[in-house]
Write a protein that binds this ligand. Sequence first.
Ligand code: 4NP
Length: 155
Amino acid sequence: MVKKVLMICLGNICRSPIAEVVMVDTLEKAKVKDVEVDSAAIGGWHVGNRADPRAISTLQKHGLKCTHIVRQIRKQDFSEFDFIFGMDEDNMSELRRLAPKESKAELLMLGDFGLEKKNRIIEDPYYERGAEGFETAYQQCVVACAAFMKERLQK
Ligand code: 4NP
């Protein structure tokens, strides 16, 4: 059966598009099939836009392409997706608030897989001047996506 994974962050232009692309790449490299991955925003400010240029260039630096167009999370995501990931505690409380009673999705924080406790929050790099925070988010996603895949998708 196909499993569906949705990556969420506040704006869907920095962290969650990186997490989406990294998860797809992780699955492809491990030849894990039948997993669909998407990403979306909590807020609607950037709907219809591409990811932040710093997210796109960080992924490019690692040989990866991001063509995602921003969309906002919607009610049916909670019944269509098996796993919905937030990047930080604020994302998680918003997800819990938005989830309808009949939600089937597991709400998980991505950094709870594979990362040390002190490093488990994938911080918002949007307001930072450079692209360093994007590289940090990328590296956290690489570790967390591999750990999640091993724990939950390869059994
Ligand atoms: P993201 O970063 O949640 O990692 O995509 C942000 C992007 C935009 C905004 C906030 C966070 N914003 O307020 O526009």
